[in-house]
Ligand binder design. Sequence first.
Ligand SMILES: C[S@@+](CC[C@H](N)C(=O)[O-])C[C@H]1O[C@@H](n2cnc3c(N)ncnc32)[C@H](O)[C@@H]1O
Length: 230
Amino acid sequence: MREMWLKRFVPKRIKRPLKKAARRRQLNRAVSRIAGLAKDEMPSRDLLSELIIGWDNEGYVANLDYLEEVARSSIQTTGNILECGSGVTTVLLGLLCARRQIQVWSLEHSSEWQERIAEALETNGISNTHVCFSPLIEYDRFTWYNPPFTQMPKEFSLVVCDGPPGTTRGGRFGLLPVMIDRLTEECVILLDDAGRPGELELIKRWEAEYDFRATRIDRSNHSFAMIRRA
Ligand SMILES: C[S@@+](CC[C@H](N)C(=O)[O-])C[C@H]1O[C@@H](n2cnc3c(N)ncnc32)[C@H](O)[C@@H]1O
C-alpha cells in the first residue's frame, strides 16, 4: 500500500535519487559479500544477481549466466586475465582474483567509461586490476583496441570478450589477430553474445583462420561461447 502511494504521488525528481541511492547500497553490499568469500569460493547466483542490479547499467551489463561463467572460469584459471570491454565484469574479476597472484587487464575504448571503472576499482580497494584506456584503431581488415603491449603481461590464460561494441568494423574479430601471441596454449576465450549474427560469423572465421574451436552455451534467450585452440 505504502509503495503504491510512493509510486503514485512522489515526483520523479525525488524518486530517482532515492532509487539511485538504494542501488548504490545494493552494489556495496554485493561487493563486500563477494570480497568476503573464501579464496576460490564461487559467488551464488543470488549474489551475482544483486551485483548486476546494484551496478544499474541495464542494456550493457553482462547477463547472469555469462557473469556466472566469468566467475567460475576466473576461479579455475591459474594465469592472468585479459578483458575486452569493461564494466561489472571488471569489478567481479578484480574481487575474485584479489587474493591470488593473478592480474586482470581490461581494455576500454571509452575514456569516460574507463575513468568510471577505474574509480569503482579504487573505491573498492581493488589493486590487481588495470583498466586501460585503449582507443579503437584501424587495422587492415578490422577495427580493434590498441593495447598497451609494453606494460601488459606476456601471457593470458583467460579472455573475457564482451567488447568492442557490435557496431565496430569486424566486431570482436580483432582479438585473435592482435593478441594470439599472448594467449597460452590452454587459453579459454569467453565470448559473450555468441548467438548474434556478427559473433556467429566471427566464430566461423576464428575456427577457419586460427584453428580454434567454439562450444556454444545457450541459456534462456542468451548465448555465450567457450573457445579454445583445437
Ligand atoms: C557490453 S559493454 C561491456 C560490459 C561489461 N562486460 C559488463 O558486464 O558490465 C561493452 C562496452 O560498452 C560501453 N558501455 C558500457 N556501458 C555503457 C553505457 N551505459 N552507455 C554507453 N556505452 C556503454 C563500454 O565502452 C564497454 O566497453
